[in-house]
Design a protein around this ligand. Structure first.
Ligand code: ATP
Length: 217
Protein backbone atom coordinates (compact mmCIF):
# COMPACT_ATOMS: atom_id res chain seq x y z
CA UNK A 1 0.00 0.00 0.00
CA UNK A 2 1.28 3.48 -0.80
CA UNK A 3 1.77 5.75 2.19
CA UNK A 4 -0.02 9.08 2.20
CA UNK A 5 2.29 12.01 2.80
CA UNK A 6 0.49 12.80 6.08
CA UNK A 7 1.88 9.58 7.60
CA UNK A 8 5.47 10.36 6.61
CA UNK A 9 7.78 11.96 9.12
CA UNK A 10 11.50 12.45 9.40
CA UNK A 11 14.55 12.72 7.24
CA UNK A 12 16.91 9.93 6.21
CA UNK A 13 20.53 10.47 5.26
CA UNK A 14 22.42 7.98 3.11
CA UNK A 15 26.08 8.89 2.62
CA UNK A 16 28.58 7.43 0.22
CA UNK A 17 31.22 8.12 -2.35
CA UNK A 18 28.77 7.44 -5.20
CA UNK A 19 31.59 6.97 -7.72
CA UNK A 20 29.21 6.26 -9.45
CA UNK A 21 25.83 5.85 -7.73
CA UNK A 22 24.27 2.51 -8.76
CA UNK A 23 20.96 0.71 -8.39
CA UNK A 24 22.18 -0.99 -5.18
CA UNK A 25 22.33 2.44 -3.53
CA UNK A 26 19.13 3.72 -5.15
CA UNK A 27 17.02 0.68 -4.36
CA UNK A 28 18.24 0.53 -0.74
CA UNK A 29 17.60 4.25 -0.25
CA UNK A 30 14.04 3.90 -1.57
CA UNK A 31 13.29 0.76 0.45
CA UNK A 32 14.58 2.38 3.63
CA UNK A 33 12.63 5.56 3.02
CA UNK A 34 9.43 3.55 2.64
CA UNK A 35 10.15 1.07 5.46
CA UNK A 36 10.92 3.86 7.94
CA UNK A 37 8.01 6.02 6.66
CA UNK A 38 10.35 8.98 6.16
CA UNK A 39 9.21 12.15 4.42
CA UNK A 40 12.47 12.23 2.47
CA UNK A 41 15.74 10.38 2.03
CA UNK A 42 18.82 12.45 1.23
CA UNK A 43 21.73 10.92 -0.62
CA UNK A 44 24.87 12.81 0.34
CA UNK A 45 28.10 12.36 -1.61
CA UNK A 46 31.28 12.63 0.41
CA UNK A 47 33.90 15.13 -0.86
CA UNK A 48 36.99 13.63 0.74
CA UNK A 49 36.06 10.36 2.44
CA UNK A 50 38.50 10.10 5.37
CA UNK A 51 38.94 6.31 5.24
CA UNK A 52 39.46 5.47 1.57
CA UNK A 53 41.24 6.40 -1.67
CA UNK A 54 40.04 9.63 -3.34
CA UNK A 55 37.14 9.19 -5.75
CA UNK A 56 37.95 9.06 -9.48
CA UNK A 57 35.09 11.26 -10.70
CA UNK A 58 35.06 14.90 -9.55
CA UNK A 59 32.52 16.15 -6.98
CA UNK A 60 30.60 17.87 -9.79
CA UNK A 61 30.49 14.69 -11.87
CA UNK A 62 29.43 12.48 -8.94
CA UNK A 63 26.69 14.99 -8.09
CA UNK A 64 25.51 15.14 -11.71
CA UNK A 65 25.30 11.33 -11.86
CA UNK A 66 23.42 11.23 -8.56
CA UNK A 67 20.90 13.77 -9.81
CA UNK A 68 20.38 11.73 -12.97
CA UNK A 69 19.80 8.64 -10.82
CA UNK A 70 17.24 10.38 -8.59
CA UNK A 71 15.29 12.08 -11.39
CA UNK A 72 11.56 11.38 -11.16
CA UNK A 73 11.63 10.12 -7.54
CA UNK A 74 10.70 13.17 -5.45
CA UNK A 75 11.21 11.46 -2.07
CA UNK A 76 14.89 10.92 -2.83
CA UNK A 77 16.96 14.10 -2.75
CA UNK A 78 20.63 14.81 -3.50
CA UNK A 79 22.37 16.71 -0.70
CA UNK A 80 25.63 18.41 -1.69
CA UNK A 81 26.61 19.87 1.69
CA UNK A 82 29.81 17.80 1.99
CA UNK A 83 30.86 18.79 -1.52
CA UNK A 84 30.48 22.46 -0.57
CA UNK A 85 32.52 22.10 2.63
CA UNK A 86 36.32 22.27 2.71
CA UNK A 87 38.39 19.55 4.32
CA UNK A 88 37.56 15.91 5.08
CA UNK A 89 33.88 14.94 5.03
CA UNK A 90 33.00 14.13 8.62
CA UNK A 91 29.48 12.78 8.95
CA UNK A 92 29.07 14.26 12.42
CA UNK A 93 29.50 17.77 10.96
CA UNK A 94 26.75 17.07 8.42
CA UNK A 95 24.41 15.77 11.12
CA UNK A 96 25.01 18.88 13.22
CA UNK A 97 24.21 21.11 10.22
CA UNK A 98 21.12 19.15 9.26
CA UNK A 99 19.84 19.05 12.82
CA UNK A 100 20.15 22.82 12.94
CA UNK A 101 18.12 23.07 9.73
CA UNK A 102 15.28 20.69 10.62
CA UNK A 103 15.00 21.61 14.31
CA UNK A 104 15.17 19.45 17.44
CA UNK A 105 11.93 17.48 17.04
CA UNK A 106 12.14 15.89 13.59
CA UNK A 107 13.50 12.31 13.46
CA UNK A 108 16.77 12.13 11.56
CA UNK A 109 18.00 8.68 10.48
CA UNK A 110 21.58 8.13 9.36
CA UNK A 111 21.54 5.01 7.19
CA UNK A 112 24.73 2.95 6.92
CA UNK A 113 25.72 -0.55 5.91
CA UNK A 114 26.91 -3.22 8.35
CA UNK A 115 30.41 -2.84 6.83
CA UNK A 116 30.43 0.77 7.98
CA UNK A 117 29.03 -0.06 11.42
CA UNK A 118 31.86 -2.50 12.13
CA UNK A 119 34.45 0.29 11.80
CA UNK A 120 32.33 3.18 13.03
CA UNK A 121 34.68 3.64 15.99
CA UNK A 122 37.21 5.05 13.48
CA UNK A 123 34.84 7.88 12.49
CA UNK A 124 35.46 11.40 13.79
CA UNK A 125 33.56 11.99 17.09
CA UNK A 126 31.69 8.74 16.47
CA UNK A 127 29.98 8.50 19.83
CA UNK A 128 28.26 11.85 19.16
CA UNK A 129 26.50 10.61 16.00
CA UNK A 130 23.54 9.40 18.05
CA UNK A 131 23.24 12.80 19.76
CA UNK A 132 21.99 14.18 16.47
CA UNK A 133 20.42 11.21 14.64
CA UNK A 134 19.24 7.63 14.86
CA UNK A 135 21.47 5.07 13.18
CA UNK A 136 19.81 2.61 10.82
CA UNK A 137 22.06 -0.25 9.78
CA UNK A 138 21.13 -2.15 6.62
CA UNK A 139 22.45 -5.70 6.64
CA UNK A 140 22.18 -8.82 4.56
CA UNK A 141 20.43 -11.79 6.21
CA UNK A 142 22.93 -13.93 8.11
CA UNK A 143 25.14 -11.07 9.35
CA UNK A 144 26.80 -11.16 12.75
CA UNK A 145 27.61 -8.44 15.24
CA UNK A 146 30.99 -8.69 16.96
CA UNK A 147 30.75 -10.59 20.29
CA UNK A 148 32.47 -7.84 22.26
CA UNK A 149 34.34 -4.55 21.95
CA UNK A 150 33.41 -0.88 21.94
CA UNK A 151 31.29 -1.10 18.77
CA UNK A 152 29.27 -3.92 20.34
CA UNK A 153 28.85 -1.90 23.55
CA UNK A 154 27.73 1.11 21.48
CA UNK A 155 25.17 -1.02 19.62
CA UNK A 156 23.86 -2.54 22.85
CA UNK A 157 23.61 0.89 24.46
CA UNK A 158 21.46 2.36 21.68
CA UNK A 159 19.68 -0.59 20.10
CA UNK A 160 15.97 -0.44 19.41
CA UNK A 161 13.99 -3.31 17.88
CA UNK A 162 10.87 -1.66 16.51
CA UNK A 163 10.95 0.55 13.43
CA UNK A 164 8.12 2.68 14.89
CA UNK A 165 10.40 3.84 17.73
CA UNK A 166 12.33 5.91 15.18
CA UNK A 167 9.26 8.09 14.78
CA UNK A 168 8.68 8.81 18.45
CA UNK A 169 12.08 10.40 19.19
CA UNK A 170 14.35 12.61 17.10
CA UNK A 171 17.68 10.81 17.67
CA UNK A 172 19.57 8.34 19.84
CA UNK A 173 18.37 4.91 18.63
CA UNK A 174 20.15 2.25 16.58
CA UNK A 175 18.06 -0.07 14.42
CA UNK A 176 19.51 -3.05 12.57
CA UNK A 177 17.39 -3.93 9.56
CA UNK A 178 17.83 -7.02 7.44
CA UNK A 179 17.52 -6.31 3.73
CA UNK A 180 18.30 -8.15 0.53
CA UNK A 181 21.05 -5.83 -0.73
CA UNK A 182 21.79 -6.16 -4.42
CA UNK A 183 25.31 -7.55 -4.98
CA UNK A 184 26.58 -4.49 -6.85
CA UNK A 185 29.49 -2.19 -6.00
CA UNK A 186 30.89 0.96 -7.57
CA UNK A 187 34.29 -0.76 -7.58
CA UNK A 188 32.84 -3.58 -9.70
CA UNK A 189 31.27 -1.04 -12.05
CA UNK A 190 34.55 0.88 -12.50
CA UNK A 191 36.39 -2.41 -13.10
CA UNK A 192 33.82 -3.54 -15.68
CA UNK A 193 34.24 -0.22 -17.54
CA UNK A 194 38.03 -0.57 -17.47
CA UNK A 195 37.66 -4.02 -19.04
CA UNK A 196 35.35 -2.55 -21.68
CA UNK A 197 32.32 -4.50 -20.39
CA UNK A 198 28.72 -3.29 -20.36
CA UNK A 199 27.29 -1.88 -17.13
CA UNK A 200 23.74 -1.79 -18.48
CA UNK A 201 21.08 -2.45 -15.79
CA UNK A 202 23.60 -1.83 -12.99
CA UNK A 203 23.12 1.94 -13.15
CA UNK A 204 20.27 3.94 -14.72
CA UNK A 205 20.71 4.52 -18.46
CA UNK A 206 21.14 8.29 -18.04
CA UNK A 207 24.23 7.67 -15.92
CA UNK A 208 25.71 5.36 -18.56
CA UNK A 209 25.27 8.13 -21.12
CA UNK A 210 26.92 10.63 -18.76
CA UNK A 211 29.87 8.28 -18.12
CA UNK A 212 30.36 7.80 -21.86
CA UNK A 213 30.01 11.48 -22.70
CA UNK A 214 32.52 12.48 -20.01
CA UNK A 215 34.84 9.52 -20.60
CA UNK A 216 34.83 8.59 -16.91
CA UNK A 217 36.57 5.59 -15.37
P1 ATP B 1 33.00 1.31 -3.73
O1 ATP B 1 32.91 -0.02 -4.43
O2 ATP B 1 33.64 2.41 -4.55
O3 ATP B 1 33.55 1.21 -2.34
P2 ATP B 1 30.17 1.18 -3.05
O4 ATP B 1 29.40 0.65 -4.19
O5 ATP B 1 30.46 0.26 -1.91
O6 ATP B 1 31.50 1.85 -3.58
P3 ATP B 1 29.84 3.59 -1.54
O7 ATP B 1 29.60 4.87 -2.23
O8 ATP B 1 31.17 3.37 -0.95
O9 ATP B 1 29.42 2.44 -2.57
O10 ATP B 1 28.75 3.25 -0.45
C1 ATP B 1 27.86 4.14 0.06
C2 ATP B 1 26.90 3.42 0.96
O11 ATP B 1 26.16 2.51 0.18
C3 ATP B 1 27.54 2.59 2.08
O12 ATP B 1 26.76 2.79 3.25
C4 ATP B 1 27.44 1.17 1.60
O13 ATP B 1 27.27 0.27 2.67
C5 ATP B 1 26.18 1.23 0.76
N1 ATP B 1 26.20 0.28 -0.34
C6 ATP B 1 27.19 -0.04 -1.16
N2 ATP B 1 26.82 -0.98 -2.05
C7 ATP B 1 25.53 -1.25 -1.80
C8 ATP B 1 24.56 -2.15 -2.37
N3 ATP B 1 24.85 -2.96 -3.36
N4 ATP B 1 23.33 -2.14 -1.84
C9 ATP B 1 23.04 -1.33 -0.82
N5 ATP B 1 23.88 -0.47 -0.22
C10 ATP B 1 25.13 -0.43 -0.71
Amino acid sequence: MRQSSAQLRGVGLFGGTFDPVHIGHLRTALELKNALALAEMRLMPSAQPPHRAPPQASPKQRMAMLQLGLAGEPGLVADDRELRRDGPSYTVDSLIELRREIGPEVPLCLCIGMDALLTINQWHRWRELTDFAHLVVAVRPGWHLPDSGEVRDFVDGHRIRQTGELQTTAAGGLLIREMTLLPISATGIRQALQRGESIRYLVPDGIIDYINQNQLY
